[in-house]
Design a binder for this molecule. Structure first.
Ligand SMILES: C[S@@+](CC[C@H](N)C(=O)[O-])C[C@H]1O[C@@H](n2cnc3c(N)ncnc32)[C@H](O)[C@@H]1O
Length: 241
């Protein structure tokens, strides 16, 4: 498929191949491995760790901070966070939830290989309440999967359940983001699924103001947005600002 710049003034949300439950497990794993490389080059673990680290300091004399990845895919971000915390001298508990049993299997295997204190479980965020025993809930490359009403539902589900903080990292819908994504996924992975889903994700992405408006509607007043390489946004909301 050649690089043709689509109209990005409005969102264009099309079904992503990875969300097809019938997707072959080998292709699904290859796609999640491709996403792991995208996540690494985008510095997602470092960005999330920057937000979580101050809470770890506050939890020094309390039970370990519990950090849940919502729509956790292959588990590279949650295990990466656990490793980053360990390196900094903090014992945290991490976990993830996902609608796909294949993703949960892959994340559990990764955590076991790394010896991480982690647990992964099945959730459909649009229909199930998230559990209320996690301090921080974050999602990455996830919000853009949903329409605005579903996005608000996801954010309010996370905001109701998280004891201390909600973080949302995602692609920014922009021309530069589209070009970087189109080229980046072709350089980083041979996964045909990621080659299709990557650019589709930018077309379905939000701009920072749209995410802030959804957060407000979801009851996450006072949320802040920052941007990071390469054309990503991070929404941060704390229960006690
Ligand atoms: C693009 S992947 C992102 C995975 C991971 N967060 C990352 O950044 O690498 C989106 C993930 O969301 C999961 N997902 C899609 N719809 C979901 C839903 N309604 N509830 C829970 N997980 C869902 C998919 O199975 C997939 O693993």
């Amino acid at each position: 498929m050649p690089l043709l710049l689509p109209d990005l003034s409005e969102r264009d949300r099309q079904p992503e191949l990875m969300d097809d439950p019938a997707l072959d497990e080998g292709l699904h794993r290859q796609a999640l491995t491709g996403l792991e490389r995208v996540n690494r080059i985008s510095g997602v673990v470092g960005v999330l760790w920057g937000a979580v680290r101050p809470l770890c300091e506050q939890h020094r004399d309390r039970p370990p901070l519990r950090v849940l990845d919502v729509g956790s895919g292959g588990g590279d971000i949650s295990v990466g966070l656990w490793q980053r915390a360990k390196k900094a001298g903090h014992a945290i508990q991490v976990g993830g939830c996902d609608i796909s049993p294949k993703a949960i299997r892959m994340a559990s295997e990764r955590a076991e290989r790394a010896g991480a204190d982690a647990r992964y479980f099945s959730v459909d965020v649009l229909n199930d309440d998230l559990p209320s025993d996690w301090d921080v809930m974050y999602c990455s490359l996830f919000l853009h999967h949903f329409d605005e009403e579903q996005g608000v539902r996801l954010l309010s589900n996370m905001g109701r359940a998280a004891r201390e903080m909600v973080l949302v990292d995602d692609l920014v819908r922009s021309r530069l983001g589209y070009v970087l994504c189109w080229c980046g996924v072709r350089l980083l992975t041979r996964s045909p699924i990621v080659h299709v889903d990557g650019p589709l994700s930018v077309r379905a992405g939000f701009d920072p103001q749209e995410v802030l408006a959804m957060a407000e509607e979801a009851g996450l007043g006072g949320a802040r947005i920052s941007r990071h390489w390469p054309q990503r946004l991070l929404l941060t909301w704390s229960r006690s600002p």
